[in-house]
Design a protein around this ligand. Structure first.
Ligand code: GLN
Length: 380
């Protein structure tokens, strides 16, 4: 009997696989992207308060009003845009749910969705579940910039959606304001919508600033833009993110969201809303904090045989191991766990056609102690 089950070619995500292996082998886990710092104490306090204040039943489907309002203020502060939070913001169970709902909301069987590769591993399966077809356009290493000629060639009347990610996981590269302008021109006379994954918006280094698709009105009018609270509050396990989209797109988004999760943890939403109101300055300090982590990690890699171009954003650092091994990245990653006790992520897992380079992704959102331990194990 043919069971015709879905996603036949998809295994367990590399993040889960590597975290499990790291635990089994007692390896330092610089694979899956999560911080080893605690959320701010006052935020924990606020969430605990709402657990006790009986905010334990379903939240409104689109989000707790106080949190939607705070997100509206944050968008005004950081992106200079005015949104109608009740109509244009939806709180989701993390960035991944938002990405999934946006893709399901617009992709019909046979539609093409253009992905810039390497890309996060949930995009293509979400497209497949919607009956769409992923069209991959490689970003150009070593800087992983957009190749506009190749992108222009990939966009056709069948292109339903273009997915862009900045700051970029796994490379840390950034889409600049000029890039967005060029993308806006490319999409101008098309019916192609935009999904912009900006979950690492606050982690941008060396004096650069995050450029959001929301800053360009012509893009904003056709975009779902996805953000995450887990990344910024050291609380990835809370699974809280949000999607910003114009009212009509938000309505379509919510038609899916209501049947995927319906709504998101009520006390956590209230706690975050309180904390955002009390500490609007919180995000301003994040970039300097993580830049110092990145610098420490890049410095610690010296003498290990890995070479690294400092990441421009995210809490990931790519490292080239071609001086150490000719093995494919998956094999080298497994060897690294076995023989050195350090877990990383092979970049080929973000690609259908892996780029011709030998790169591993390390997460540097870790204490000095963790980074030093990893580096000591990586050195010959
Ligand atoms: N975003 C994280 C990463 O890239 C992991 C997310 C997940 O494990 N689903 O490592």
């Amino acid at each position: 009997m043919s069971r015709r089950l879905k996603l036949p070619n998809v295994g367990t995500t590399i993040f889960t696989t590597m975290s499990r292996l790291a635990t089994e082998k007692g390896a330092v886990n610089l694979g899956q992207g999560f911080p080893d710092f605690e959320p701010p104490a006052e935020l924990l306090e606020r969430v605990a308060h709402h657990l006790r204040a009986r905010h334990n039943q379903y939240a409104p489907m689109a989000g707790v009003p106080a949190l939607l309002e705070q997100i509206g203020s944050k968008l005004a502060r950081f992106h200079g845009i005015t949104v109608e939070p009740q109509a244009e913001v939806t709180v989701t169970a993390g960035g991944t749910e938002a990405l999934f709902c946006a893709i399901q909301a617009v992709t019909h069987p046979g539609d093409e969705v253009v992905l810039l590769e390497p890309c996060f591993d949930s995009y293509a399966p979400a497209v497949e579940l919607a009956g769409g077809r992923s069209v991959r356009v490689p970003l150009t290493p070593p800087g992983f910039c957009i190749d506009f000629d190749r992108l222009a060639a990939a966009l056709t009347p069948r292109s339903r959606l273009l997915v862009v990610n900045t700051p970029h996981n796994p490379s840390g590269s950034l889409v600049t304001s000029e890039d967005w302008q060029r993308l806006s021109v490319l999409l101008e006379r098309t019916d192609t919508l935009l999904l912009s994954d900006e979950v690492y918006e606050h982690l941008v280094y060396d004096g650069r600033r995050h450029a959001s698709a929301l800053a360009i009105p012509a893009l904003r009018a056709r975009a779902f833009v996805v953000f995450s609270f887990g990344k910024v509050f050291n609380a990835t396990g809370w699974k809280v993110g949000y999607c910003v989209a114009p009212p009509e797109l938000s309505e379509a988004f919510r038609r899916v969201h209501q049947f995927v999760t319906f709504s998101v943890s009520t006390p956590v939403q209230h706690g975050i809303a309180d904390y955002l109101g009390l500490h609007p300055e919180f995000f301003a300090e994040l970039a300097a904090f993580y830049q110092a982590r990145r610098d420490r990690f890049v410095e610690l890699l010296q003498g290990s045989g890995f070479t690294a171009r400092p990441s421009e954003g995210t809490y990931f650092q790519l490292a080239d191991y071609s001086a150490l091994s000719e093995a494919p990245d998956v094999d080298f990653c497994l060897e690294l766990i076995e023989t050195h006790g350090v877990a990383a992520i092979p970049v080929s897992h973000f690609c259908e056609q892996p780029p011709d380079c030998r790169l591993l992704r390390f997460c540097f959102a870790k204490s000095d102690h963790t980074l030093e331990l990893a580096a000591a194990r990586l050195r010959p």
